[in-house]
Ligand binder design. Structure first.
Ligand SMILES: Nc1nc2c(ncn2[C@@H]2O[C@H](COP(=O)(O)OP(=O)(O)OP(=O)(O)O)[C@@H](O)[C@H]2O)c(=O)[nH]1
Ligand SMILES: Nc1nc2c(ncn2[C@@H]2O[C@H](COP(=O)(O)OP(=O)(O)OP(=O)(O)O)[C@@H](O)[C@H]2O)c(=O)[nH]1
Length: 442
Protein backbone atom coordinates (compact mmCIF):
# COMPACT_ATOMS: atom_id res chain seq x y z
CA UNK A 1 0.00 0.00 0.00
CA UNK A 2 1.70 3.16 -1.05
CA UNK A 3 1.13 6.44 0.64
CA UNK A 4 0.49 9.57 -1.41
CA UNK A 5 3.35 12.02 -1.72
CA UNK A 6 2.82 15.73 -1.16
CA UNK A 7 5.52 18.20 -2.18
CA UNK A 8 6.05 21.80 -1.11
CA UNK A 9 7.36 24.21 -3.74
CA UNK A 10 8.03 27.92 -3.39
CA UNK A 11 10.50 30.78 -3.62
CA UNK A 12 13.20 31.34 -1.01
CA UNK A 13 12.01 32.83 2.23
CA UNK A 14 8.28 32.39 1.68
CA UNK A 15 8.14 29.98 4.61
CA UNK A 16 8.54 26.50 3.13
CA UNK A 17 10.44 25.10 6.09
CA UNK A 18 8.07 26.72 8.54
CA UNK A 19 5.07 25.27 6.71
CA UNK A 20 6.77 21.89 6.48
CA UNK A 21 7.21 21.84 10.24
CA UNK A 22 3.68 23.07 10.85
CA UNK A 23 2.24 20.32 8.65
CA UNK A 24 4.51 17.58 9.88
CA UNK A 25 3.91 18.36 13.55
CA UNK A 26 5.88 16.22 15.88
CA UNK A 27 5.92 13.05 13.88
CA UNK A 28 8.87 13.90 11.78
CA UNK A 29 11.73 12.06 10.17
CA UNK A 30 14.81 14.10 10.45
CA UNK A 31 17.59 13.07 8.18
CA UNK A 32 20.44 12.10 10.42
CA UNK A 33 22.90 14.75 11.31
CA UNK A 34 25.86 12.89 9.89
CA UNK A 35 28.79 15.02 8.75
CA UNK A 36 28.66 15.72 5.05
CA UNK A 37 24.99 14.92 4.90
CA UNK A 38 22.16 17.34 4.29
CA UNK A 39 21.03 18.74 7.58
CA UNK A 40 17.56 19.85 6.64
CA UNK A 41 14.38 17.98 7.03
CA UNK A 42 13.62 16.63 3.63
CA UNK A 43 10.68 14.37 4.24
CA UNK A 44 8.22 13.52 6.98
CA UNK A 45 5.35 11.14 7.55
CA UNK A 46 2.13 13.01 8.20
CA UNK A 47 -1.24 11.77 9.42
CA UNK A 48 -4.32 13.94 9.06
CA UNK A 49 -7.68 12.53 10.08
CA UNK A 50 -7.50 8.97 8.80
CA UNK A 51 -5.13 9.71 5.94
CA UNK A 52 -1.40 9.23 5.86
CA UNK A 53 1.00 10.78 3.43
CA UNK A 54 4.66 11.55 2.89
CA UNK A 55 5.52 15.23 2.83
CA UNK A 56 8.60 16.35 0.95
CA UNK A 57 10.30 19.70 0.90
CA UNK A 58 11.88 20.34 -2.46
CA UNK A 59 13.60 23.35 -0.83
CA UNK A 60 17.21 24.30 -0.85
CA UNK A 61 17.31 27.27 -3.17
CA UNK A 62 20.37 29.43 -2.76
CA UNK A 63 19.36 33.09 -2.79
CA UNK A 64 21.33 34.28 -5.76
CA UNK A 65 20.60 36.32 -8.83
CA UNK A 66 17.01 36.30 -10.06
CA UNK A 67 17.79 34.08 -13.04
CA UNK A 68 19.36 31.43 -10.93
CA UNK A 69 16.44 31.42 -8.53
CA UNK A 70 13.97 30.99 -11.34
CA UNK A 71 15.87 28.13 -12.91
CA UNK A 72 16.24 26.44 -9.55
CA UNK A 73 12.54 26.89 -8.91
CA UNK A 74 11.79 25.24 -12.20
CA UNK A 75 13.95 22.30 -11.19
CA UNK A 76 12.21 22.10 -7.86
CA UNK A 77 8.82 22.24 -9.48
CA UNK A 78 9.88 19.53 -11.92
CA UNK A 79 10.91 17.25 -9.08
CA UNK A 80 7.56 17.86 -7.45
CA UNK A 81 5.71 17.15 -10.70
CA UNK A 82 7.66 13.94 -11.17
CA UNK A 83 7.28 12.59 -7.69
CA UNK A 84 4.25 14.05 -5.94
CA UNK A 85 0.54 13.28 -6.05
CA UNK A 86 -0.35 16.73 -4.74
CA UNK A 87 1.74 19.89 -4.86
CA UNK A 88 1.53 22.68 -2.32
CA UNK A 89 2.65 25.86 -4.03
CA UNK A 90 3.50 28.39 -1.38
CA UNK A 91 3.64 32.15 -1.88
CA UNK A 92 4.09 35.08 0.47
CA UNK A 93 1.39 37.70 1.00
CA UNK A 94 3.92 40.23 2.23
CA UNK A 95 6.14 40.01 -0.82
CA UNK A 96 3.06 39.80 -3.02
CA UNK A 97 2.93 38.18 -6.43
CA UNK A 98 6.23 38.14 -8.23
CA UNK A 99 7.17 37.12 -11.74
CA UNK A 100 8.81 33.85 -10.70
CA UNK A 101 5.55 32.79 -9.03
CA UNK A 102 3.64 33.21 -12.28
CA UNK A 103 6.22 31.25 -14.27
CA UNK A 104 6.22 28.37 -11.83
CA UNK A 105 2.42 28.47 -11.67
CA UNK A 106 2.33 28.04 -15.48
CA UNK A 107 4.54 25.04 -15.23
CA UNK A 108 2.49 23.46 -12.48
CA UNK A 109 -0.76 24.12 -14.34
CA UNK A 110 0.57 22.39 -17.44
CA UNK A 111 1.53 19.33 -15.40
CA UNK A 112 -2.16 18.74 -14.61
CA UNK A 113 -1.16 17.66 -11.11
CA UNK A 114 -3.43 18.86 -8.29
CA UNK A 115 -1.94 22.09 -6.95
CA UNK A 116 -2.96 23.73 -3.69
CA UNK A 117 -2.10 27.40 -3.87
CA UNK A 118 -1.10 28.56 -0.42
CA UNK A 119 -0.53 32.16 0.59
CA UNK A 120 1.63 32.32 3.68
CA UNK A 121 2.29 34.95 6.33
CA UNK A 122 -1.38 35.85 6.55
CA UNK A 123 -0.95 36.43 10.26
CA UNK A 124 -4.17 38.39 10.43
CA UNK A 125 -7.01 37.49 8.09
CA UNK A 126 -8.61 40.87 8.59
CA UNK A 127 -5.54 42.77 7.61
CA UNK A 128 -4.25 40.68 4.74
CA UNK A 129 -7.26 39.07 3.05
CA UNK A 130 -7.58 41.81 0.41
CA UNK A 131 -4.01 41.07 -0.66
CA UNK A 132 -4.69 37.34 -0.83
CA UNK A 133 -7.19 37.80 -3.67
CA UNK A 134 -4.41 39.03 -5.92
CA UNK A 135 -3.15 35.44 -6.07
CA UNK A 136 -6.18 34.39 -8.10
CA UNK A 137 -4.24 35.91 -10.98
CA UNK A 138 -1.93 32.90 -11.00
CA UNK A 139 -4.78 30.92 -12.54
CA UNK A 140 -4.22 27.81 -10.45
CA UNK A 141 -7.33 27.99 -8.32
CA UNK A 142 -8.30 29.43 -4.97
CA UNK A 143 -5.56 30.83 -2.77
CA UNK A 144 -5.55 29.35 0.74
CA UNK A 145 -4.41 31.82 3.35
CA UNK A 146 -2.25 30.45 6.14
CA UNK A 147 0.18 31.61 8.71
CA UNK A 148 2.71 28.85 8.98
CA UNK A 149 4.46 30.37 11.96
CA UNK A 150 1.28 30.78 14.01
CA UNK A 151 -0.37 27.66 12.55
CA UNK A 152 -3.39 29.55 11.26
CA UNK A 153 -5.33 27.84 8.48
CA UNK A 154 -3.21 24.67 8.66
CA UNK A 155 -6.17 22.36 9.30
CA UNK A 156 -8.10 23.77 6.33
CA UNK A 157 -5.03 23.39 4.16
CA UNK A 158 -4.62 19.74 5.18
CA UNK A 159 -8.30 19.15 4.39
CA UNK A 160 -7.71 20.51 0.89
CA UNK A 161 -4.60 18.39 0.44
CA UNK A 162 -6.19 15.08 1.37
CA UNK A 163 -9.27 15.85 -0.70
CA UNK A 164 -6.97 15.67 -3.75
CA UNK A 165 -5.62 12.20 -3.02
CA UNK A 166 -6.30 9.56 -5.60
CA UNK A 167 -9.45 7.69 -4.59
CA UNK A 168 -8.09 4.33 -3.64
CA UNK A 169 -4.78 5.09 -2.00
CA UNK A 170 -4.36 3.15 1.15
CA UNK A 171 -6.67 0.40 -0.04
CA UNK A 172 -5.55 -2.78 -1.68
CA UNK A 173 -4.35 -1.92 -5.13
CA UNK A 174 -5.56 -3.79 -8.12
CA UNK A 175 -2.11 -4.19 -9.61
CA UNK A 176 -0.70 -7.16 -7.74
CA UNK A 177 2.62 -7.31 -9.57
CA UNK A 178 5.52 -7.09 -7.12
CA UNK A 179 7.13 -3.66 -7.17
CA UNK A 180 10.84 -3.47 -6.59
CA UNK A 181 12.64 -0.19 -6.01
CA UNK A 182 16.30 -0.20 -6.83
CA UNK A 183 18.12 2.37 -4.73
CA UNK A 184 21.66 3.35 -3.86
CA UNK A 185 24.25 6.06 -4.31
CA UNK A 186 25.06 7.37 -7.78
CA UNK A 187 27.22 5.08 -9.89
CA UNK A 188 26.80 1.90 -7.85
CA UNK A 189 25.30 0.15 -10.88
CA UNK A 190 21.55 0.50 -10.48
CA UNK A 191 20.82 0.93 -14.17
CA UNK A 192 23.35 -1.74 -15.10
CA UNK A 193 21.52 -4.23 -12.90
CA UNK A 194 18.16 -3.38 -14.42
CA UNK A 195 19.68 -3.57 -17.88
CA UNK A 196 21.15 -6.93 -17.23
CA UNK A 197 17.91 -8.23 -15.76
CA UNK A 198 16.03 -6.86 -18.69
CA UNK A 199 18.40 -8.43 -21.15
CA UNK A 200 18.32 -5.49 -23.46
CA UNK A 201 19.68 -1.98 -23.38
CA UNK A 202 16.68 0.14 -22.75
CA UNK A 203 18.30 2.15 -20.01
CA UNK A 204 21.24 4.36 -20.82
CA UNK A 205 24.32 3.48 -18.83
CA UNK A 206 27.13 5.92 -18.55
CA UNK A 207 30.41 6.26 -16.71
CA UNK A 208 29.58 9.72 -15.43
CA UNK A 209 27.74 9.83 -12.12
CA UNK A 210 24.20 11.06 -12.40
CA UNK A 211 23.76 10.79 -16.13
CA UNK A 212 21.01 8.24 -16.51
CA UNK A 213 17.92 10.05 -17.69
CA UNK A 214 14.25 9.67 -17.06
CA UNK A 215 13.67 7.06 -14.46
CA UNK A 216 10.89 4.82 -15.61
CA UNK A 217 9.18 1.79 -14.25
CA UNK A 218 10.42 -1.25 -16.08
CA UNK A 219 8.47 -4.45 -16.33
CA UNK A 220 10.56 -7.59 -16.27
CA UNK A 221 9.09 -11.05 -16.75
CA UNK A 222 10.87 -13.91 -15.04
CA UNK A 223 9.56 -17.48 -15.08
CA UNK A 224 6.19 -16.19 -16.21
CA UNK A 225 5.90 -13.77 -13.30
CA UNK A 226 5.81 -10.04 -13.96
CA UNK A 227 7.82 -7.70 -11.77
CA UNK A 228 7.85 -3.92 -11.83
CA UNK A 229 11.23 -2.35 -11.22
CA UNK A 230 11.27 1.24 -10.04
CA UNK A 231 14.56 2.79 -11.00
CA UNK A 232 16.03 5.71 -9.12
CA UNK A 233 19.17 5.91 -11.20
CA UNK A 234 20.40 9.18 -12.55
CA UNK A 235 19.41 12.65 -11.61
CA UNK A 236 17.39 14.90 -13.79
CA UNK A 237 19.45 17.92 -13.07
CA UNK A 238 23.12 18.47 -12.71
CA UNK A 239 23.46 20.81 -9.83
CA UNK A 240 26.69 22.34 -8.80
CA UNK A 241 25.48 22.39 -5.27
CA UNK A 242 26.27 19.10 -3.61
CA UNK A 243 23.54 19.44 -1.01
CA UNK A 244 20.93 19.97 -3.69
CA UNK A 245 21.95 16.78 -5.42
CA UNK A 246 21.68 14.93 -2.17
CA UNK A 247 18.27 16.39 -1.48
CA UNK A 248 16.97 15.36 -4.87
CA UNK A 249 18.37 11.89 -4.64
CA UNK A 250 16.80 11.46 -1.22
CA UNK A 251 13.44 12.70 -2.49
CA UNK A 252 13.57 10.27 -5.37
CA UNK A 253 14.59 7.45 -3.10
CA UNK A 254 11.79 8.19 -0.64
CA UNK A 255 9.13 8.33 -3.32
CA UNK A 256 10.38 5.19 -5.08
CA UNK A 257 10.62 3.27 -1.81
CA UNK A 258 7.14 4.41 -0.89
CA UNK A 259 5.73 2.74 -3.98
CA UNK A 260 7.69 -0.49 -3.57
CA UNK A 261 7.15 -3.83 -1.87
CA UNK A 262 10.81 -4.75 -1.86
CA UNK A 263 13.85 -2.50 -1.98
CA UNK A 264 17.12 -3.55 -3.56
CA UNK A 265 19.73 -1.57 -1.70
CA UNK A 266 22.71 -1.49 -4.05
CA UNK A 267 26.21 -1.06 -2.66
CA UNK A 268 29.40 -0.70 -4.66
CA UNK A 269 31.74 -3.53 -3.67
CA UNK A 270 34.78 -1.55 -4.75
CA UNK A 271 33.90 1.50 -2.69
CA UNK A 272 32.64 -0.45 0.27
CA UNK A 273 29.68 0.33 2.46
CA UNK A 274 29.44 3.91 3.72
CA UNK A 275 27.37 6.11 6.00
CA UNK A 276 25.56 7.42 2.96
CA UNK A 277 24.50 3.86 2.17
CA UNK A 278 23.24 3.57 5.73
CA UNK A 279 21.12 6.65 5.28
CA UNK A 280 19.60 5.40 2.04
CA UNK A 281 18.91 1.95 3.47
CA UNK A 282 17.34 3.64 6.51
CA UNK A 283 14.62 5.04 4.26
CA UNK A 284 13.52 1.52 3.36
CA UNK A 285 13.83 0.33 6.94
CA UNK A 286 11.76 3.21 8.37
CA UNK A 287 9.01 2.45 5.91
CA UNK A 288 8.87 -1.21 6.82
CA UNK A 289 9.70 -2.41 3.33
CA UNK A 290 11.35 -5.67 2.41
CA UNK A 291 15.06 -5.15 1.89
CA UNK A 292 17.75 -7.03 0.01
CA UNK A 293 21.28 -5.69 0.23
CA UNK A 294 22.85 -6.09 -3.18
CA UNK A 295 26.63 -5.78 -3.22
CA UNK A 296 27.36 -5.08 -6.88
CA UNK A 297 30.62 -5.05 -8.89
CA UNK A 298 31.67 -8.25 -7.12
CA UNK A 299 33.69 -9.05 -10.27
CA UNK A 300 35.89 -6.02 -9.72
CA UNK A 301 37.40 -6.89 -6.37
CA UNK A 302 40.14 -9.28 -5.54
CA UNK A 303 38.82 -12.17 -3.56
CA UNK A 304 39.94 -15.03 -1.45
CA UNK A 305 37.92 -17.45 0.63
CA UNK A 306 37.47 -14.90 3.42
CA UNK A 307 36.39 -11.90 1.38
CA UNK A 308 32.67 -12.53 1.51
CA UNK A 309 32.65 -13.07 5.28
CA UNK A 310 34.71 -9.94 5.86
CA UNK A 311 32.43 -7.99 3.61
CA UNK A 312 29.38 -9.21 5.38
CA UNK A 313 30.89 -8.11 8.70
CA UNK A 314 31.30 -4.55 7.44
CA UNK A 315 27.85 -4.40 5.94
CA UNK A 316 26.24 -5.75 9.10
CA UNK A 317 28.13 -3.25 11.19
CA UNK A 318 27.14 -0.19 9.21
CA UNK A 319 23.60 -1.36 8.47
CA UNK A 320 23.20 -2.72 11.98
CA UNK A 321 19.54 -1.72 12.23
CA UNK A 322 18.54 -4.23 9.56
CA UNK A 323 20.00 -7.59 10.56
CA UNK A 324 17.02 -9.22 8.85
CA UNK A 325 18.13 -8.14 5.38
CA UNK A 326 19.76 -10.76 3.14
CA UNK A 327 22.99 -9.86 1.40
CA UNK A 328 23.70 -10.85 -2.18
CA UNK A 329 27.00 -10.47 -4.00
CA UNK A 330 26.37 -9.84 -7.67
CA UNK A 331 27.88 -8.43 -10.80
CA UNK A 332 25.87 -6.56 -13.35
CA UNK A 333 28.79 -6.93 -15.75
CA UNK A 334 29.16 -10.71 -15.65
CA UNK A 335 25.59 -11.39 -14.56
CA UNK A 336 26.84 -13.41 -11.61
CA UNK A 337 24.01 -14.45 -9.26
CA UNK A 338 21.60 -11.91 -10.75
CA UNK A 339 18.92 -14.47 -11.66
CA UNK A 340 18.89 -15.53 -7.99
CA UNK A 341 17.63 -12.06 -7.16
CA UNK A 342 14.17 -13.06 -8.30
CA UNK A 343 14.02 -16.00 -5.88
CA UNK A 344 15.14 -13.68 -3.13
CA UNK A 345 12.51 -11.09 -4.08
CA UNK A 346 9.80 -13.78 -4.06
CA UNK A 347 10.92 -14.96 -0.65
CA UNK A 348 10.95 -11.47 0.82
CA UNK A 349 7.47 -10.74 -0.52
CA UNK A 350 6.20 -13.98 0.97
CA UNK A 351 7.64 -13.01 4.31
CA UNK A 352 6.23 -9.52 4.14
CA UNK A 353 2.76 -10.96 3.73
CA UNK A 354 3.14 -13.90 6.10
CA UNK A 355 0.37 -14.22 8.71
CA UNK A 356 0.91 -16.20 11.88
CA UNK A 357 -2.02 -17.62 13.81
CA UNK A 358 -2.75 -16.16 17.21
CA UNK A 359 -2.57 -19.52 18.99
CA UNK A 360 0.95 -20.33 17.91
CA UNK A 361 2.13 -16.76 18.49
CA UNK A 362 0.95 -16.90 22.07
CA UNK A 363 2.64 -20.23 22.60
CA UNK A 364 5.90 -18.74 21.44
CA UNK A 365 5.48 -15.69 23.62
CA UNK A 366 4.68 -17.72 26.72
CA UNK A 367 7.64 -19.97 26.12
CA UNK A 368 9.87 -16.93 25.68
CA UNK A 369 8.55 -15.42 28.90
CA UNK A 370 9.22 -18.67 30.75
CA UNK A 371 12.80 -18.73 29.47
CA UNK A 372 13.60 -15.14 30.29
CA UNK A 373 11.73 -13.27 32.94
CA UNK A 374 10.27 -9.95 31.80
CA UNK A 375 11.83 -6.81 33.30
CA UNK A 376 10.51 -5.12 36.41
CA UNK A 377 10.80 -1.65 37.84
CA UNK A 378 10.20 -0.44 41.40
CA UNK A 379 8.76 -3.76 42.41
CA UNK A 380 6.35 -3.96 39.50
CA UNK A 381 6.95 -6.67 36.94
CA UNK A 382 5.96 -6.55 33.30
CA UNK A 383 3.19 -8.97 32.44
CA UNK A 384 2.50 -10.02 28.90
CA UNK A 385 -1.09 -11.08 28.34
CA UNK A 386 -1.60 -11.65 24.69
CA UNK A 387 -0.04 -11.22 21.25
CA UNK A 388 -1.75 -11.08 17.88
CA UNK A 389 -0.72 -10.17 14.35
CA UNK A 390 -2.77 -7.26 13.06
CA UNK A 391 -1.20 -6.45 9.70
CA UNK A 392 1.21 -7.48 6.97
CA UNK A 393 3.69 -5.44 4.89
CA UNK A 394 5.38 -5.23 7.33
CA UNK A 395 4.11 -7.92 9.64
CA UNK A 396 2.77 -6.02 12.63
CA UNK A 397 2.03 -7.43 16.06
CA UNK A 398 0.12 -6.02 18.98
CA UNK A 399 1.21 -7.14 22.44
CA UNK A 400 -1.09 -6.47 25.38
CA UNK A 401 0.74 -5.82 28.64
CA UNK A 402 0.00 -4.60 32.15
CA UNK A 403 2.20 -1.51 31.94
CA UNK A 404 3.68 -0.06 28.78
CA UNK A 405 6.44 1.71 30.63
CA UNK A 406 7.84 -1.64 31.71
CA UNK A 407 8.11 -2.98 28.17
CA UNK A 408 11.75 -2.30 27.56
CA UNK A 409 13.09 -2.05 24.02
CA UNK A 410 15.47 -4.93 24.65
CA UNK A 411 12.63 -7.21 25.73
CA UNK A 412 10.68 -6.41 22.57
CA UNK A 413 13.85 -7.21 20.65
CA UNK A 414 14.11 -10.51 22.54
CA UNK A 415 10.54 -11.43 21.58
CA UNK A 416 11.22 -10.40 18.00
CA UNK A 417 14.18 -12.77 17.92
CA UNK A 418 12.05 -15.62 19.24
CA UNK A 419 9.43 -14.98 16.57
CA UNK A 420 12.14 -14.84 13.93
CA UNK A 421 13.63 -18.11 15.20
CA UNK A 422 10.28 -19.73 14.67
CA UNK A 423 9.18 -18.16 11.39
CA UNK A 424 12.21 -16.54 9.82
CA UNK A 425 10.63 -13.44 8.37
CA UNK A 426 13.83 -12.98 6.38
CA UNK A 427 14.12 -9.74 4.50
CA UNK A 428 11.42 -7.84 6.34
CA UNK A 429 11.30 -5.69 9.42
CA UNK A 430 8.69 -6.50 12.05
CA UNK A 431 6.64 -3.92 13.83
CA UNK A 432 5.48 -4.20 17.43
CA UNK A 433 2.73 -2.15 19.00
CA UNK A 434 2.50 -2.32 22.76
CA UNK A 435 -0.94 -1.80 24.31
CA UNK A 436 -1.92 -1.63 27.92
CA UNK A 437 -4.72 -3.63 29.38
CA UNK A 438 -6.04 -3.51 32.92
CA UNK A 439 -5.47 -6.74 34.80
CA UNK A 440 -9.15 -7.24 35.49
CA UNK A 441 -9.97 -7.05 31.73
CA UNK A 442 -7.95 -10.07 30.80
N1 LIG B 1 5.07 36.73 9.61
C1 LIG B 1 5.25 35.49 9.25
N2 LIG B 1 6.50 35.10 9.00
C2 LIG B 1 6.69 33.81 8.63
C3 LIG B 1 5.61 32.89 8.51
N3 LIG B 1 6.09 31.71 8.11
C4 LIG B 1 7.43 31.85 7.99
N4 LIG B 1 7.79 33.14 8.31
C5 LIG B 1 9.14 33.70 8.31
O1 LIG B 1 9.64 33.74 7.00
C6 LIG B 1 11.05 33.50 6.99
C7 LIG B 1 11.38 32.38 6.03
O2 LIG B 1 10.83 31.16 6.51
P1 LIG B 1 11.40 29.76 6.06
O3 LIG B 1 10.43 28.75 6.54
O4 LIG B 1 12.81 29.63 6.44
O5 LIG B 1 11.30 29.93 4.49
P2 LIG B 1 11.79 28.97 3.31
O6 LIG B 1 10.85 29.20 2.20
O7 LIG B 1 11.97 27.61 3.81
O8 LIG B 1 13.16 29.64 2.96
P3 LIG B 1 14.39 29.05 2.10
O9 LIG B 1 15.04 28.01 2.98
O10 LIG B 1 15.23 30.26 1.91
O11 LIG B 1 13.86 28.50 0.84
C8 LIG B 1 11.44 33.20 8.42
O12 LIG B 1 11.96 34.37 8.99
C9 LIG B 1 10.12 32.83 9.07
O13 LIG B 1 10.10 33.13 10.44
C10 LIG B 1 4.30 33.38 8.82
O14 LIG B 1 3.30 32.65 8.77
N5 LIG B 1 4.19 34.68 9.18
N1 LIG C 1 33.07 -3.85 -12.72
C1 LIG C 1 31.78 -3.58 -12.68
N2 LIG C 1 31.32 -2.39 -13.06
C2 LIG C 1 30.01 -2.14 -13.00
C3 LIG C 1 29.09 -3.11 -12.55
N3 LIG C 1 27.85 -2.58 -12.59
C4 LIG C 1 27.98 -1.33 -13.06
N4 LIG C 1 29.29 -1.05 -13.31
C5 LIG C 1 29.83 0.22 -13.82
O1 LIG C 1 29.56 1.24 -12.89
C6 LIG C 1 29.24 2.47 -13.56
C7 LIG C 1 27.90 2.99 -13.09
O2 LIG C 1 26.84 2.11 -13.48
P1 LIG C 1 25.35 2.61 -13.58
O3 LIG C 1 24.52 1.42 -13.85
O4 LIG C 1 25.23 3.77 -14.51
O5 LIG C 1 25.13 3.12 -12.10
P2 LIG C 1 23.82 3.84 -11.47
O6 LIG C 1 23.78 3.40 -10.06
O7 LIG C 1 22.64 3.58 -12.31
O8 LIG C 1 24.30 5.33 -11.53
P3 LIG C 1 23.47 6.72 -11.53
O9 LIG C 1 22.76 6.80 -12.84
O10 LIG C 1 24.55 7.72 -11.40
O11 LIG C 1 22.56 6.72 -10.36
C8 LIG C 1 29.29 2.15 -15.06
O12 LIG C 1 30.57 2.51 -15.51
C9 LIG C 1 29.11 0.65 -15.08
O13 LIG C 1 29.72 0.08 -16.21
C10 LIG C 1 29.60 -4.41 -12.17
O14 LIG C 1 28.91 -5.31 -11.74
N5 LIG C 1 30.94 -4.57 -12.24
Amino acid sequence: MSKPVVAIVGRPNVGKSTLFNALAGEKISIVKDTPGVTRDRIYADVTWLDKEFTLIDTGGIEPDSKDVILSQMRDQAQIAIDTADVIIFITDVRQGLVDADSKVADMLRRSKKPVILTVNKVDSFEKFMPDVYEFYNLGIGDPHPVSASSRLGIGDLLDEVIAEFPEHTGEIEEDTRPRIAIVGKPNVGKSSIINRLLGENRVIVSDIAGTTRDAIDTEIVHNGQEYIFIDTAGLRRKSKIKEDLERYSIIRTVTAVERADVVLMVIDAVEGVTEQDAKIAGIAHDRGKGVIIVVNKWDAIEKNDKTMKEYEGKVRQILSYMPYAEIMYVSAVTGQRLPKLFDMIDMVIQNQTLRIGTGVLNEIMMEAVAMQQPPSDKGKRLKLYYITQVAVKPPTFVIFVNDKALMHFSYTRYLENKIREAFGFKGTSLKFIIRERKEKDQ
